[in-house]
Design a protein around this ligand. Structure first.
Ligand code: MN
Length: 231
């Protein structure tokens, strides 16, 4: 009985894998081009309340982020984009169409954003993150002040970032769905922390009060993820 079920499962799995592999052949290459995948949300949509409301998270994840993923994978196929890694894709953003740039950024940035938040976070960094922030910015409050200023001063839609550039930590922002991995970005480095300051990220709960959204967001920052990326 178990053997039969297992065989049936294996057969179905192989069939599904074969079906998925078909699109790669249209590129005439044995190396499949990059596909962006929407990572599962690591908590429920209401888990970050009261700081980020469930309806905003639901729409943000299932509509906005899902659309970026769908659109970038469409663009990769339609435009024969042959990069095979995210690193290569972003390092060549200057050669991409606006659709590929905007949706590729949107796909990646949100996957990153969900990871650097968590329910029941401490609200304050600890351990080696404190040492690194003290070294780069003078103190944790000074870092938060600079990060908040970057998030507040980004006109229109964009992101605020903490990045590691070589041995230096930097704070800054990017417009639209650009990110610091892109060759076109003024701010460059490996992202350690990001905040989405598009109105879709906060408008239902905070309306025009971006400053309140930013202040409350620190309560859900996942410092474990920042520490992991600091290595
Ligand atoms: Mn967003």
């Amino acid at each position: 009985m178990e053997t039969i079920n297992r065989r049936k499962f294996v057969k179905q799995t192989v069939t599904a894998a074969a079906a998925l592999a078909v699109p790669a052949s249209v590129f005439g290459s044995t190396t499949a081009p990059l596909q962006f995948t929407q990572l599962p949300l690591p908590y429920t949509t209401a888990a970050l309340e009261p700081y980020i409301d469930g309806l905003t998270m639901d729409i943000h994840y299932s509509k906005h982020h899902a659309a970026y993923i769908k659109n970038i994978n469409e663009a990769i196929a339609a435009e024969n984009i042959s990069f095979t890694t995210e690193k290569e894709f972003f390092a060549n953003t200057s050669k991409l169409s606006a659709k590929a740039r905007n949706n590729g950024g949107g796909a990646w940035n949100h996957n990153f954003f969900w990871q650097v938040m968590k329910p029941g976070a401490s609200g304050t960094p600890y351990g080696k993150v404190v040492a690194a922030l003290d070294g780069a910015f003078g103190s944790v409050p000074k870092f938060i002040e600079q990060f908040n200023a970057a998030a507040m001063s980004r006109f229109g839609s964009g992101w605020a970032w903490l990045v590691k550039d070589g041995n230096t930590l930097k704070v800054g922002s990017t417009p639209n769905q650009d990110n610091p991995l892109m060759d076109v970005s003024e701010l460059k480095g490996t992202p350690l922390l990001a905040l989405d300051v598009w109105e879709h990220a906060y408008y239902l709960k905070y309306q025009n009060k971006r400053n309140e959204y930013i202040a409350n967001w620190w309560n859900v920052v996942n410092w474990d993820e920042v520490a992991k990326r600091l290595n």
